[in-house]
Design a protein around this ligand. Structure first.
Ligand code: NAG
Ligand code: NAG
Ligand code: NAG
Ligand code: NAG
Ligand code: NAG
Ligand code: NAG
Ligand code: NAG
Ligand code: NAG
Ligand code: NAG
Length: 482
């Protein structure tokens, strides 16, 4: 009895004491042109949506007095070391990253201090803009896999392709044929007659959905109810490509994404003057693959629906330990998953439990072992999992040659041993090194799932730039095959 008030007091104290150490945000692009016409670009509407989403995150995590202001975050001016932003090097997604960052740290030109030169001149900035670094990952660079693990990945593409052989696919194709045919007048010249059907569910939905916003003819000839049906069919089709409980390969693109999320969170949690806000830009397929592996569809069928334009996922690193002059022990840190569907001012950022735990918080250790159980942390792991080769992805042969180095990092091999291997390679004892690598590599496979691993962000920079045409349209190649 006597303890009750004390407990209440403690609880109240704890609520007030939760500290956000940092956040990793993954965003989809805003309203854009149709995927039928490559390359796509963000529309003015889309730019506004994404910038407003950035503003939302500013007022949630950054601004002084924000409800979840990140511990020690720089405000109102950014500290470049605290913000890390990554996007595939594609126009639509790159603009998304750009516009989001302008909302995250709104430029304050009126308050900028003029620069004084030695000759007495003073200089003003050219225009209101923040110049945070946005890393663009080229489609043939090893870093592309964190955000676009589906592109040029045969394991994923072949798994996704089998959907068209499934009973579900055949049934839906048959039952929706006349529905799709009714749009033929709007689609003629753009789709072959034989392509008009459920197999093209996403492309058809995308064309008519974009047209519903930007094209008078389409607006006049498609009802909101028809558009909803087209969307729901596209939802089902795309979800099936990204997740099938008995075919984990379909969600392979989630694994490098998870690897990147964990690497970013780890920096936030372990390094005081490092990244506090990470921005990752990517495609809906990565959202859906992640939702599937995190078991969110078991909470509600809504998760099967494609996330709206400018939707965001957030992973908060939070603690109830006291944080004043040093970061808490990682043992006191938990991760909270949140989702914001679209960018409307009324759209809430809502926490959801992962893996059916019923708890919106997961300890950092559990997050690494349960969510990160199959994470991909090196380009060479991705190349192996994807069964890719130099034709499909030119960086793979080099990344895989280096699998020894990558594996050692991933298993936390002692630097001294790594040094010995390095020396052997330098001395040209290649065969011996490969043999040793094979042995250790095998160990890695078994230990990898329980062992947190390092993401070698710098390793990839050492791979020479190669040019190769890879789909830049932000879509998975599987889509057009089906
Ligand atoms: C001072 O230096 C800047 C940059 O070199 C130049 O543009 C400017 O004209 C100079 N001002 C004067 C008064 O010489
Ligand atoms: C899911 O995968 C299983 C096993 O490969 C396959 O039999 C089934 O048809 C797939 N379902 C769908 C909807 O693709
Ligand atoms: C609008 O959509 C119709 C039907 O698909 C198409 O024929 C027309 O070219 C589109 N107009 C523009 C400006 O894209
Ligand atoms: C997000 O919004 C889209 C469009 O309204 C909907 O289809 C989907 O189910 C929503 N997702 C969730 C998780 O609520
Ligand atoms: C902090 O304590 C409050 C109150 O007990 C609890 O609701 C919240 O989940 C805790 N947060 C963390 C990160 O443990
Ligand atoms: C707060 O940020 C500053 C600047 O990055 C850093 O030097 C300091 O160590 C940080 N303090 C804590 C407690 O993390
Ligand atoms: C490389 O992968 C592509 C795509 O899977 C395949 O068509 C090709 O035969 C492979 N080439 C070699 C040399 O294995
Ligand atoms: C392989 O790893 C070594 C040691 O870290 C590094 O110096 C080299 O640049 C790497 N090569 C490639 C192709 O990644
Ligand atoms: C986390 O970061 C620390 C350095 O801040 C590093 O020593 C450790 O290996 C990293 N762990 C993972 C799982 O990336």
């Amino acid at each position: 009895m006597m303890f009750a008030p004390l407990l209440l007091l403690l609880a109240a104290h704890c609520v007030a004491a939760e500290t956000v150490l940092g956040v990793v945000v993954f965003t989809r692009h805003g309203d854009r042109s149709s995927k039928l016409f490559n390359p796509t670009h963000l529309t003015t509407l889309g730019l506004n949506q994404v910038q407003q989403s950035g503003t939302f995150y500013h007022s949630t995590y950054i601004a002084d007095g924000a409800p979840k202001q990140i511990f020690n975050i720089s405000s109102p001016n950014p500290n470049p070391n605290q913000v890390a932003a990554f996007t595939p090097d594609e126009q639509t997604l790159y603009s998304t990253g750009y516009a989001f960052l302008q909302g995250l740290y709104p430029p304050r030109p009126q308050e900028s201090t003029p620069e004084l030169l030695t000759n007495g001149s003073s200089v003003q900035p050219p225009f209101g803009y923040n110049y945070l670094t946005l890393h663009g990952e080229n489609a043939d660079a090893p870093e592309s896999i964190w955000l676009k693990g589906d592109v040029a990945c045969p394991t994923y593409l072949n798994a996704a392709k089998t959907y068209s052989q499934s009973a579900d696919f055949k049934a839906l194709t048959a039952s929706t044929q006349s529905f799709y045919q009714s749009f033929a007048p709007l689609l003629s010249g753009l789709f072959k007659d034989s392509d008009i059907g459920f197999g093209m569910a996403y492309s058809i939905f995308d064309y008519l959905n974009v047209g519903f916003v930007h094209n008078e003819t389409i607006r006049a000839n498609v009802t909101p109810d028809q558009l909803f049906q087209l969307r729901t069919l596209a939802d089902a089709h795309e979800w099936a490509l990204a997740f099938n409980e008995s075919q984990p390969e379909r969600s392979l693109p989630a694994q490098p994404f998870i690897g990147k999320v964990i690497a970013q969170l780890n920096q936030t949690i372990t390094a005081p003057s490092s990244t506090k806000f990470s921005l990752l830009v990517g495609s809906y397929i990565t959202f859906q693959a992640f939702f599937g592996v995190a078991g969110l569809q078991k909470l509600s069928g809504d998760w099967i629906g494609l996330p709206d334009y400018a939707s965001t996922i957030a992973f908060e690193a939070v603690t109830n330990a006291s944080v004043t002059d040093s970061l808490p022990s990682p043992d006191d840190v938990s991760i909270r998953f949140l989702f914001r569907n679209g960018s409307a001012p009324t759209a809430p950022l809502t926490p959801f439990p992962l893996l059916g735990t019923g708890n919106e918080l997961m300890s950092w250790a559990d997050f690494q072992s349960k969510i990160g159980g199959n994470q991909i942390v090196t380009a060479s792991q991705w190349c192996t999992a994807c069964h890719t080769n130099s034709t499909a992805q030119p960086f793979c042969p080099m990344a895989q040659q280096n699998v020894t180095t990558a594996s050692f990092n991933a298993t936390g091999m002692k630097p001294a041993v790594a040094g010995v291997v390095g020396a052997m390679v330098t001395l040209g004892v290649a065969a011996l090194a490969i043999l040793l690598a094979a042995l250790l590599g095998l160990r890695l496979v078994r230990r990898g799932s329980t062992q947190p691993a390092v993401l070698p962000t710098t390793q990839a920079h050492q791979v020479p730039i190669m040019t190769k045409e890879v789909s830049h349209d932000g879509s998975s190649a599987a889509r057009t095959m089906l």
